[in-house]
Design a binder for this molecule. Structure first.
Ligand code: GLN
Length: 204
């Protein structure tokens, strides 16, 4: 590795807002690259699964035998799913049910906020230091249940919006669309093997 200080973080670039994630990762101190083929996974330390349309991504992944390679990678390395990416990672998907990688112990309901409020911007305190965080929701899923090994780091209306299970992180909102880089910074630290909570997990 030429620069061991900067983790190489891939962004799944099939569809959706992968370019905004690549920019956010650069700003947060990582070296991003766009991933379109299973072979490209060998060159990265961690991966972002972006927002977009999970059904479209799934179709692409299944046609190219990418699904199995992605599952192998995500089970072993740090991965961050946002919105549709969270749906791909979930143990169970509802509304409607669809296949998923099953690597994050959560149950998600797609498009859970209905047509009237399908997109919104909220400000809320989170477990990340530095005050309230802007959260941009676009046809967002809702995390209905989390397993015992999953930490909830932020909430909307009592439902988790940012979670972590070991090396796996997921947000139901789009942190790449806000100027605040704390969420990507947290993932870059996770991908670098840093101690994320040096003084313990803060209370919400
Ligand atoms: N509604 C999309 C889905 O169900 C997710 C929306 C998003 O990623 N912004 O896959």
């Amino acid at each position: 590795m030429t620069n061991p200080g900067k983790p190489r973080i891939g962004v799944l670039a099939i569809q959706g807002d992968y370019a905004a994630h690549a920019l956010a990762l650069t700003e947060a101190g990582a070296r991003p690259s766009e991933i379109r083929k299973p072979e490209e996974l060998a060159a990265i330390d961690a991966l972002v699964l972006p927002g977009g349309e999970s059904t479209t991504m799934l179709k692409f992944l299944e046609k190219r035998h990418f699904f199995e390679a992605l599952r192998e990678f995500c089970a072993r390395k740090p991965v961050f799913g946002t919105c549709a990416g969270t749906i791909l990672l979930a143990r169970e998907v509802r509304n409607p049910a669809q296949r998923s990688l099953g690597l994050l112990d959560v149950v998600v309901e797609r498009n859970a906020y209905g047509r009237q409020i399908d997109s919104s911007i909220e400000m809320a305190e989170t477990a990340l230091p530095g005050g309230p965080l802007e959260m941009v929701f676009i046809r967002a899923p809702r995390i209905m249940e989390i397993g015992p090994g999953v930490e909830a780091l932020a909430f909307r209306d009592g439902y988790p919006t940012l979670v972590r299970q070991g090396n796996t992180m997921a947000a139901t909102f789009h942190p790449e669309l806000s100027p605040d880089r704390r969420v990507h910074g947290f993932f870059v630290d996770l991908a670098s093997g840093a101690d994320l909570y040096p003084s313990g997990l803060p209370d919400l």
